[in-house]
Write a new protein. Structure first.
Length: 88
């Protein structure tokens, strides 16, 4: 995963956000966080991410639906963003 520089970590549990961010920070990734699927979609629309770590069970917009929205927003001429589902 050497081509990954910017990561969006999405989780409604603050503790999980802190742990995942700390682990990624050790590897010098640029990290942004979101606490629900709606925030994740907003961040995606306003930035570029090489990887998204997406919690599945979240309020407002769960990870499955947020992933579908993000996929629909991706441009067809660009490589799809890697999205990895995570759950506690």
């Amino acid at each position: 995963m050497s081509d990954i520089k910017k990561v969006l970590v999405v989780d409604d549990d603050r503790y999980n956000l802190e742990i995942l961010s700390a682990i990624l920070d050790l590897r010098d990734y640029e990290i942004e966080t979101a606490s629900n699927g709606t925030e994740a979609v907003d961040r995606f629309e306003n930035g570029h991410f090489d990887l998204i770590l997406m919690d599945i069970m979240m309020p407002e917009l769960n990870g499955n639906v947020a992933t579908q929205v993000i996929r629909a927003l991706e441009k067809p001429d660009q490589k799809p963003t890697r999205i990895i589902a995570v759950t506690a």
